[in-house]
Ligand binder design. Sequence first.
Ligand code: HMG
Ligand code: MG
Length: 302
Amino acid sequence: NLPPKVKIVDVGPRDGLQNEKQPVSAEIKIGLVHRLQDAGLKEIEVTSFVSPKWVPQMADNAEVMHGIRRKPGVRYSVLTPNMKGFEAAIAAPREEWPDEIVVFGAASEAFSQRNINCSIAESIERFRPVVAAAREHGIYVRGAMSCTVGCPYEGEIAPSRVDMLAGLMKEIGVQHVGVADTIGVGTPLKVQRAIEATLKHYGVDDISGHYHDTYGQALGNTLASLEMGVWQYDTSSAGLGGCPYAKGATGNVATEDVVYMLHGMGIETGIDLDRLIDAGVYISEALGREPNSRASKAIRTK
Ligand code: HMG
Ligand code: MG
């Protein structure tokens, strides 16, 4: 009883590029968003409204949101950690607002401090007005839950921590949560335990998987999540990325690899794999490297 269809959110323009040391122009980012939507992606995480001192690569957030050509049926999401970020995200005319915002918390205290400079409890109090304001504006609210299996500072994270965080997210009105393996240390059964903890608070239709591939476990973790009925995943074109506050963590699982696996299992995504591969080649060329996707490489060298 695997889900017959999967929705993929390509987080490459945000999660993928936030960690890049070399400058990437707004024009290139916009070009990536356009290629992803033309490949059939139905949701794209475009940028984040965070402090430019903390994440310089996302400083062009407003310019990127302004520059994208909206495609009907595609949702555009952005990260907003506090009211300042939310206000910046809606400072533009309504047609440039995000469809969805993401507040991002952690199941690990140490990671919360390093990533957003506050405790888990404080983060929830910062998110509370953001969630309320977004919902008043008709903007959907997703919550990212970092370090649901492991933390770069605290090591292994117990499912009870995930249970607690998911409960807090629910309490403040977050509509959907992403179970993130921020540093890619998770293995299938551990990821299933994190999802089980989340299922105490959210239905399976309101949960997504967000797996970094540092240890090569992300496809296995995706399959383990599919077996639990989870049908929404964040992935990154060309396997771009990492989190600047999670040392050593590499990118999200490559969208190309996940799409190849799903199509091979007869699961629909609505994505054209060839066009997706082209999008990954486009951004990788701009960065001067090869796409970090085995499926992309195999298909291009066939
Ligand atoms: P802070 O220093 O505690 O914030 O940072 P503050 O409210 O004390 O403000 C300090 C300064 O930042 C002020 O400026 C504010 O105006 C400014 P100053 O007066 O010093 O010139 N500021 C802002 N500027 C722009 N946009 C804002 C904003 N807020 C404050 N929204 C803060 C707290 C959350 C802002 C900071 O820690 C931050 O920006 N962190 C972002 C970290 C980040 O983006 N990490 C990566 C994304 S999360 C991720 O990758 C994980 C995920 O993929 C899931 C997974 O894999 O786990 C989602
Ligand atoms: Mg991430």
